[in-house]
Design a binder for this molecule. Structure first.
Ligand code: URP
Ligand code: ZN
Ligand code: ZN
Ligand code: ZN
Length: 491
């Protein structure tokens, strides 16, 4: 046998199977899955407990500037440490191009920082805020070929947003190059129009953030993004879905056979707009975009998860400290428009879904694995290297302590946000041992991996690109008329 590591006596659960047995690892990969394997040099007894593929968090913000230029609280070291303690072995944050930046330079610097600090694997997406010929004609196609096969664009935030023509430019390149576009779908004019009226009337507290970000802003933008993508026959992923209306826009597109995917996040399943309604500026701790909604929206999202409409469950970890360095740039005088947007959530992503999903009978264990790992690997083009427990896959494994209950408090977490939106919650189901490419990174609450131990994971074609039918004749005409010479520089 001569395994470097074995995990034995395990209930091995993947997205489509459950078997009792042992896993043998050689080097960084799984060599064998079977019964009665001989112990490896390191031998871990799972004692009949769940062993699942390492988590993949395909939407998180690490060492990134907010839309308003505020650096988030976590660097590559603190973010990946926090992720590892939560059972995640691959993070997918964003190399973000802000207006005027070279996409190529931004990405090179971002990967260099990751290589120095990350304790687990990483496979970033890009964020595009420019649609000039250098970005769309040169840098983006080259980066896609280098294995960064997905990128995010924004329909809101004044300093990031693309207009409809720019979205078409981007979808056309994505369709041609075989990449997946992730869209932050919120109608910027709706939000700023409501916000202007609220502020004029003196309504500036954090809770008005949720009023300004009307459900209609998300629902309209999700419909528009889906239709614009269809013009170019481009696959599209609507990220951080918070409303029943956006989920149903995705579901109807899917029913018509369109390559449209959806993602949701812990805060839309567990929090509501009422959480923003706290004394003073305390509600800023819960300000993210789109905002948490209401109990009916939560139920609609759970339902969309069960029906397979929303296949991705990501943290959207976007940590800002509750002080002038983060959430409150103007201290007590900060209005809801000025609050840094985003919630921390990398470390609690998997425990929260297990506790609220599996324990409460809303989803089963295979769906848990699909939602926290396998669907991300498939969607973004790294399956079965990631997201699987089979010979040849990276040995990314989590021994899941299904019966452990802990009361959440920030001091048990490892990110740098300084607070958690889930303070005081009882959560059942926590990672015990966490293994990334054959290395035990977390065991008995201690981290064993050092800075720089993580690795860049280049990706192939995303699933919706592979599964896409041949482009229609109309789509072929769209491609032939699309030329980079027509790209306008955004001002
Ligand atoms: O409020 C959020 N979600 N901030 C992070 C950036 C984004 O839009 O995902
Ligand atoms: Zn977003
Ligand atoms: Zn806002
Ligand atoms: Zn985000």
């Amino acid at each position: 046998s001569d395994f470097d590591l074995t995990v034995r006596n395990a209930r091995i659960v993947t997205a489509d199977s459950e078997v009792t047995g042992d896993i043998g690892v050689r080097g960084e990969t799984i060599a064998q899955v079977g019964q009665g394997l001989a112990p490896g040099r390191i031998d871990i007894d799972a004692q009949g407990g769940f062993v699942i593929p390492g988590g993949i968090d395909s939407h998180c913000h690490i060492e990134q500037l907010s839309s308003m230029g505020v650096m988030c609280a976590d660097n590559w070291l603190t973010a990946t440490q926090s992720a590892a303690f939560g059972g995640t072995t691959t993070v997918m944050p964003f190399a973000a191009q802000h207006r005027g930046d070279s996409l190529r330079t931004v990405t090179r610097d971002y990967l260099a920082s990751a290589a120095r600090q990350a304790v687990i694997d990483y496979s970033p997406h890009l964020i595009l805020s420019e649609t000039d010929a250098q970005t769309l004609g040169e840098d983006l196609p080259a980066l896609i070929r280098e294995g960064i096969t997905s990128f995010k664009v924004f329909m809101t935030y004044d300093r990031l947003k693309l207009d409809d023509a720019q979205l078409l430019d981007v979808f056309a390149v994505a369709a041609r190059e075989g990449a997946l576009t992730m869209v932050h779908a919120e109608n910027n004019d709706v939000i700023s129009w409501i916000a202007r009226h609220l502020i004029a009337a003196g309504h500036v507290a954090p809770k008005f953030h949720a009023v300004a970000h009307a459900p209609a802003a998300e629902i309209e933008a999700a419909h528009r993004a889906i239709q614009l993508a269809s013009v170019c026959d481009a696959p599209v992923l609507i990220v951080h879905v918070s409303t029943a209306g956006a989920a149903s826009a995705i579901a109807s597109a899917q029913m018509l056979g369109a390559p449209v995917l959806g993602e949701t996040c812990p805060h839309y399943l567990l929090l509501t707009a009422d959480d923003l309604d706290l004394p003073g500026t305390e509600g800023a701790k819960y300000c993210c975009s789109p905002p948490p909604r209401d109990a009916a929206s939560q139920e609609a999202l759970w339902d969309a998860i069960r029906r397979g409409v929303l296949k991705l469950y990501s943290s959207d970890h976007a940590p800002y400290r509750y002080d002038a360095s983060g959430k409150l740039p103007h201290g007590d005088a900060t209005t809801f428009k000025q609050v840094a947007n985003g919630l921390p959530g990398l470390e609690l992503r998997m425990p929260l879904l297990y506790s609220e999903g599996v324990r409460k009978g809303r989803i089963d264990m295979r769906q848990f694995v699909a939602l926290t790992s396998t669907n991300h690997a498939k969607t973004y083009g790294m399956y079965p290297r990631k997201g699987a427990i089979q010979p040849g896959s990276d040995a990314d494994l989590v021994i899941w302590d299904a019966d452990r209950t802990r009361r959440v408090t920030y001091s048990m977490l490892h990110d740098a946000a300084g607070y958690t939106p889930y303070e005081g919650r009882e959560v059942t189901g926590w990672p015990g041992v966490v293994i990334n490419r054959g290395r035990v990174v977390v065991e008995n609450g201690a981290l064993h991996a050092g800075s720089g131990a993580g690795r860049f994971i280049p990706r192939g074609a995303p699933a919706p690109v592979l599964e896409r039918r041949a482009p229609s004749e109309r789509a072929q005409w769209m491609r032939s008329i699309f030329s980079l010479a027509s790209h306008r520089k955004n001002s």
